[in-house]
Design a protein around this ligand. Structure first.
Ligand code: RIB
Ligand code: CA
Length: 307
């Protein structure tokens, strides 16, 4: 099993990524931390708590983190994820609440407790991760791997140049990419190919109680960024942890633009190393068919659990 700590801003594709983790026996989810992003922190945290109980992973601690970006006003995406962050779906009110403390300290202490064992996956703005590396720089040595859904070397989505998670807190992203670890960057270049097609939606409809969530939120998932349906970006980052062979990654030097009028939040990706030390492993290709096979098998297991 692989231990995974998920920092997220649920968020529709965050919810679908969490379902993948919950339905995968390869994953030991050691914690969920939340950050303001798609919607405000109170909602991303409420969604994480509700999803935890809906997926029957009640023993996984949920710890809230940063409500705002480090410097900027930050951005939100209610138009894409809905006012509550889960489309129009209302899940049962969770019984259990958050763990005491702040996500930054939870991340640090969890990684400290198991050096080399835990994969940290961030699928929202990187504010919590930036604060954690500033508070305890050694976490870059303690992680087994560090994977983000974020960035892109070809195009943005929140702006023509910037992907949402990076644009939401460019200064945090700059700190994270400069912290001394190798960031596995699962960006729009590959996640936009992870599209919920009508065929996938039909398969989701047979998931019983799980279908009551995954079908409507997939349909709701706002502006279609890819042909043929919404792309479930965050699930690709979790899938990479489960089966690294799904993605082709290349070494690169990634720098984050923080001051450009039109380019703030851009992940400037240099694959021409010429002796430079890479700070990132950048995803360039996704085996889409095997990705969906993995996802639907996990969803089938989870559906059986929560029936
Ligand atoms: O650009 C896609 C990313 O932004 C995903 O993490 C989605 O949840 C939003 O946060
Ligand atoms: Ca997200």
């Amino acid at each position: 099993m692989k231990k995974l700590l998920l920092d997220c801003d649920p968020g529709i594709d965050d919810a679908l990524a969490l379902a993948l983790a919950a339905g995968s026996p390869e994953i030991d989810l050691v914690g969920i931390t939340t950050v303001g992003g798609n919607v405000n922190l109170d909602l991303t945290t409420a969604n994480a708590l509700a999803l935890r109980e809906f997926y029957r992973i009640d023993d996984v601690p949920v710890t809230p983190g940063s409500a705002q970006a480090l410097l900027g006003a930050g951005v939100r995406a209610e138009s894409v994820h809905g006012a509550t962050g889960l489309g129009g779906v209302i899940l049962p009110v969770p019984v259990n609440g958050v763990t005491d403390g702040h996500a930054v300290d939870f991340i640090i202490e969890t990684l400290r407790s198991a050096p080399g064992e835990i994969t940290l996956v961030a699928v929202g703005p990187l504010t919590n991760i930036a604060l954690a590396v500033r508070r305890e720089p050694r976490i870059v040595e303690w992680v087994r791997d560090f994977v983000i859904m974020g960035g892109s070397y070809t195009r943005g989505n929140h702006t023509p140049a910037a992907e949402f998670n990076i644009k939401a807190d460019p200064e945090a992203a700059a700190i994270v990419f400069g912290a001394g670890w190798n960031v596995t960057m699962v960006g729009l270049d590959v996640t936009l190919t992870a599209v919920v097609t009508e065929s996938i939606l039909d398969q989701m409809r047979s998931l019983g109680r799980l279908a009551d969530l995954v079908v409507p939120i997939s349909q709701f998932y706002g502006v279609v960024e890819a042909d043929g349906g919404p792309a479930i970006h965050d699930a690709v980052a979790v899938a990479h942890v489960i089966d690294p062979s799904l993605l082709k990654v290349l070494p690169a030097v990634v720098n984050v633009e923080t001051v450009g009028t039109y380019t703030s939040g851009m992940t400037v990706t240099d694959f021409q190393l010429d002796g430079k030390v890479p700070n990132a492993s950048v995803a360039v290709e996704l085996d889409v068919d095997r990705f969906w096979k993995l996802v639907m098998e996990a969803y089938g297991r989870l559906a059986a659990t929560i029936a």
